[in-house]
Design a protein around this ligand. Sequence first.
Ligand SMILES: Cc1cc2nc3c(=O)[nH]c(=O)nc-3n(C[C@H](O)[C@H](O)[C@H](O)COP(=O)(O)OP(=O)(O)OC[C@H]3O[C@@H](n4cnc5c(N)ncnc54)[C@H](O)[C@@H]3O)c2cc1C
Ligand SMILES: NC(=O)c1ccc[n+]([C@@H]2O[C@H](COP(=O)([O-])OP(=O)(O)OC[C@H]3O[C@@H](n4cnc5c(N)ncnc54)[C@H](OP(=O)(O)O)[C@@H]3O)[C@@H](O)[C@H]2O)c1
Length: 495
Amino acid sequence: MRQIAVVGAGASGLTAIKCCLEEGVDVSCFEKTENFGGRWCFRKHSVPSVMKSTASLYSKEMIAFSDFPPPKSYPNYMLHTKMLEYLQMYAEHFHLLSHIQYHSEVVQVIPTKDFGTSGKWLLKIVDLKTGRINEQEFDGVMICTGRLSHAYIPTTPNRENFRGKVLHTQSLKTTQEFENLNVLIIGSGNSAVDAAVDISILAKQVYLSTRSGTWILPKVGPKGFPFDMVLLRRHFHILKRYFNNTMNNFLEKYLEKKIQHEAFNLKPNHRVLDGPLVMNDIIPDKILTGRVHIKGTVKKFEENAVVFEGDHKAEDIDVVIFATGYEMKLSLLEEKFYKTDQGQSNLYKRVFPLGLKHSTLAIIGFVECQGPMTTIAESQSRWAARILSGKLKLPREDILKDRMQMKVPVVEDYMEYMNELAEEYGAKPVLSTFLFKDFYLYWRCLTGPFLSYQYRLSGPHKWDDARRAIFECYDRVTWPLSIANQTKMKKPENS
Ligand SMILES: Cc1cc2nc3c(=O)[nH]c(=O)nc-3n(C[C@H](O)[C@H](O)[C@H](O)COP(=O)(O)OP(=O)(O)OC[C@H]3O[C@@H](n4cnc5c(N)ncnc54)[C@H](O)[C@@H]3O)c2cc1C
Ligand SMILES: NC(=O)c1ccc[n+]([C@@H]2O[C@H](COP(=O)([O-])OP(=O)(O)OC[C@H]3O[C@@H](n4cnc5c(N)ncnc54)[C@H](OP(=O)(O)O)[C@@H]3O)[C@@H](O)[C@H]2O)c1
């Protein structure tokens, strides 16, 4: 039986283990901390995790694994504690936990000496309790160590002169330490805006420095339901392909009714559907109440102040928080396996390194995409597990290279990317086949929320309840809103 190693037991690692088991291979997962869940497992010190107040950016139905709908009792936007609970239920339901070795840090993944014939990989694993280094060979490896492990801090003139505290959002856990302080947050991604909202509750003043501005989407959409369930729909995606301008106008008009981005100094140069955006309902209120002041690009630091482009200055700054994102880096693997000399991705469909004689290494969750990472990691894992188990082969290298030439976007389009992956492992639903057989399903998949359950309707490891999960999704959305249901609820149940 093939032996596969999974490195990391976050959301990606858990689904990778599950997919390996599904394909009948022997799987060992190495996790350097004492728990599974990765980012979603809040830890006060040392290990990167979400903040104490973080709720998921996407709603529960959109982040659900394809054969494991979240409990109907769960709120639509899950707090990190609920997210971890969901991962735990998933892990327990599919018997994943016994495959994880904790306190085991993989420090190096290298091809074995006989890689040309065997395709095997050597893992150097440090037992963090004893310090002993162990070397183990595997037929295949899935690296699931997360995309957000290497904080990016840009160089800014005179930063060394600044006397206050400097940190990155990666190490931000709670906000009490900022009570009565003047805090500058640099960046305007989701981390920056979440941090600004939370820190401004206790801080004296928060400044948010944005280089390019951003579109602000509310998480609460029309009629109070999750906005992602409205926006991530197949027919919108098709319309966008043909009427990009009109669709952008339509959404921008909707958003501008809520916040005039220009007046709030947030208007970016890109159209709303063509670039990064932030999902937050509270930031407009924080700006209007003056708890958060929007500033432009930082020009230079002074001892206790920061000067912005246009020579505006913010005085008496106590703390600067870089919310400037992350570098695409893996410390356990040589860069040549996942980056070209020009620094671009060398991964076919962001998963398989090009140029290897054997497709026995897969990198999961290492992609920039405007969409939930859980479902992306699951789809990547389903494909990778089929390849690593030998049930599927990648096309020839020259074909892969040709396909890579055609399209290498920096940020993948969620729906397109999910469909591409599913096509690779044979689970992409062909909607036209439902048209006469099951019109309701056809219509729901075309015009309803883009749910991952659709990838279990057919193909390998199809799930008999996938259709039901699609049709019952609104019950799970509305269930926690009912007072009667809340009183009935004793403990979470999986629907
Ligand atoms: C504040 C915040 C909010 C987010 N909100 C959402 C959201 O709403 N929806 C969404 O889909 N995504 C969200 N994300 C993205 C989030 O990163 C993913 O949901 C998910 O956590 C990615 O899982 P992962 O397993 O790939 O990485 P991680 O969660 O980072 O897990 C990686 C695991 O690998 C382990 N590890 C790392 N290196 C090694 C090693 N060398 N050896 C052994 N083990 C190792 C780590 O300890 C960790 O357990 C958010 C991210 C942040 C920072
Ligand atoms: N609640 C949640 O669910 C939640 C919360 C936080 C994060 N996340 C997720 O975690 C991931 C990382 O988010 P993130 O916000 O940390 O990173 P990010 O999305 O990469 O945003 C980085 C921000 O830093 C700015 N920046 C980068 N380099 C800069 C420079 N040299 N000078 C000034 N500004 C610079 C960028 O501005 P430009 O636009 O000008 O490049 C951007 O505003 C995302 O997938 C996000 O969705 C989710």
